[in-house]
Design a binder for this molecule. Structure first.
Ligand SMILES: [Zn+2]
Length: 59
């Protein structure tokens, strides 16, 4: 099961703690993280944290 952050309204992978806007993405991340030792960049790039860092870089 993925986690749900009530304050932010996001779902998160309980292994790498990245937040996602949809439960599906968090589940994909967690499925990957539970079978691999590293994050899948394709999935991680869709995380809330990645979106936020892209916004910061755009400034
Ligand atoms: Zn993960």
């Amino acid at each position: 099961m993925v986690g749900y952050n009530k304050e932010r309204g996001t779902y998160f992978c309980e292994i790498c703690k990245l937040n996602y806007n949809t439960k599906e993405l968090a589940e994909k991340c967690q499925a990957w993280c539970s079978t691999h030792d590293s994050c899948n960049l394709g999935i991680a790039s869709m995380s809330v944290e990645a979106e936020e860092s892209r916004k910061k870089q755009a400034k």
